[in-house]
Design a protein around this ligand. Structure first.
Ligand SMILES: C[S@@+](CC[C@H](N)C(=O)[O-])C[C@H]1O[C@@H](n2cnc3c(N)ncnc32)[C@H](O)[C@@H]1O
Length: 392
């Protein structure tokens, strides 16, 4: 069925049907959409078109842009965010060698490689996915094949592998259960002149090849991937945190802040997830002129404000040793209403704390909850943006 559906969508008839769809269909309920399309098309075609309308709308919401792609639900779930794909593609294309993408999927990465100017061949095991990828990325040579025995010579290529992590049983975190397995992915990537292997953001560092460079990439508030670079162009052992679309980066070659934790100052910084996952909190601290509050904690502090896209900056209004009744009393007295609650190394969940505090009215504040050298503290704070702090 999937293969038939894919063939219909890429056929002259299917393309014309898709292009001829009236605007606004995505606003309809699923039943209304299905019946509207059945009035215009035979049942199989109507179902295929309805699926595209729904998935295109989902892709638009997820990526914040329109791609002229044909989707499957699974393929869309697995697709690399276009901002991440483009950034990777620019770096790969700059190596000046052909690229072999051994797990094409719908072509999110392969299309970006070709658009960045790299001669690209893409391998995909699933025949119906390959049919759609061919249509999605016309500049790419898409072949049906198995990454375990790729029908491409890898020695002169940059090899990219993005294994599937969602099986029938949902997300898989066991790298041996990835498809292709992590071991195969690493083996293939190291056969190329250069290699790039994409992993879930929470992948443990021990799984990466020992001399790999590893990037932790975040888009907006959402962590997208940890990606290992090996071979030509990779800096062995380097770790880098990347935040898109800002393009802000910090890496392990940058100077680190000193080791000793200090008492909380007037300002606290909360680094983005990409920084903490990459283990680059000390490097970011040095850039902000800040110090660690606790050697095991992500929060940083300093007597002066500073701004960086890789951290949120807060002005501390008060520090309350944690006890629900005391905190609630202090907030009520000062007429502070917690708008946001963040925590690091703190046993109470933000939602639970919000429930315990009940309704409070007043000036919106952020609560930063942390265990600092054994003490549970709540910093009542005000978020500062670079633009509204004079002289910053
Ligand atoms: C995570 S998706 C790739 C998504 C792609 N990077 C994108 O942005 O669109 C992984 C793809 O690898 C394919 N795959 C799984 N095992 C494979 C194998 N052994 N050889 C080739 N492809 C395989 C799956 O069918 C799936 O389409």
């Amino acid at each position: 069925v999937e293969l038939e559906r894919a063939r219909f969508l890429v056929s002259v008839e299917g393309r014309a049907a898709l292009e001829g769809l009236p605007p606004g269909l995505e606003q309809l309920s699923p039943t209304a959409l299905a019946s509207a399309l059945r009035r215009m098309h035979a049942p199989a075609g109507a179902a295929a078109l309805a699926e595209q309308v729904t998935l295109r709308q989902r892709a638009r919401r997820r990526f914040g842009e329109d791609l002229p792609f044909l989707y499957t639900q699974r393929g869309l779930e697995m697709m690399t965010h276009p901002l991440v794909a483009r950034r990777r593609a620019r770096r790969l294309a700059a190596l000046g060698m052909p690229v072999a993408d051994l797990t094409a999927g719908l072509g999110g990465d392969a299309g970006a490689f070709a658009a960045a100017g790299a001669e690209t061949v893409a391998v995909e095991r699933d025949a119906s996915t390959a049919v759609l990828a061919k249509a999605n990325v016309p500049g790419v040579d898409v072949v049906v094949g198995d990454a375990r025995r790729p029908p491409v010579r890898l020695e002169r290529c940059a090899v990219f592998v993005d294994p599937s992590r969602r099986g029938a049983a949902g997300r898989r975190f066991d790298p041996a259960a990835f498809e292709p397995s992590w071991e195969v992915a690493v083996a293939r990537a190291t056969e190329g002149r250069a290699g790039v292997i994409k992993a879930p953001p929470g992948m443990e560092a021990r799984h990466f090849p020992p001399r790999a460079e590893v990037e932790y990439v975040q888009v907006g508030r959402s962590m997208r991937e940890a990606v290992a670079w090996v071979g030509e162009g990779a800096v062995a052992g380097l770790r880098r945190a990347v935040l898109l679309p800002a393009g802000a980066e910090v890496d392990s070659t940058m100077p680190e802040a000193g080791g000793e934790p200090v008492a909380p100052g007037a300002f606290i910084f909360d680094p983005e997830s990409c920084v903490t996952l990459a283990g680059l909190v000390r490097q970011l601290a040095a850039r902000l002129g800040a110090s660690l509050l606790d050697s095991r904690l992500g929060y940083l502090t300093s007597p002066a404000p500073a701004f960086d896209p890789l951290a949120a900056t807060f002005e501390v209004l008060d520090v309350v040793p944690f006890a629900v009744a005391r905190l609630k009393r202090r907030l009520a007295e000062r007429r502070w209403a917690p708008e946001e609650i963040r925590r690091r190394a703190f046993p109470v969940e933000p939602d639970e704390l919000r429930r315990l505090l009940g309704r409070l009215e007043g000036e919106p504040v952020t609560l930063l909850c942390a265990t600092v050298r054994g003490d549970r503290l709540v910093f009542v704070a005000r978020r500062l943006e670079a633009a509204n702090c004079e002289g910053a």
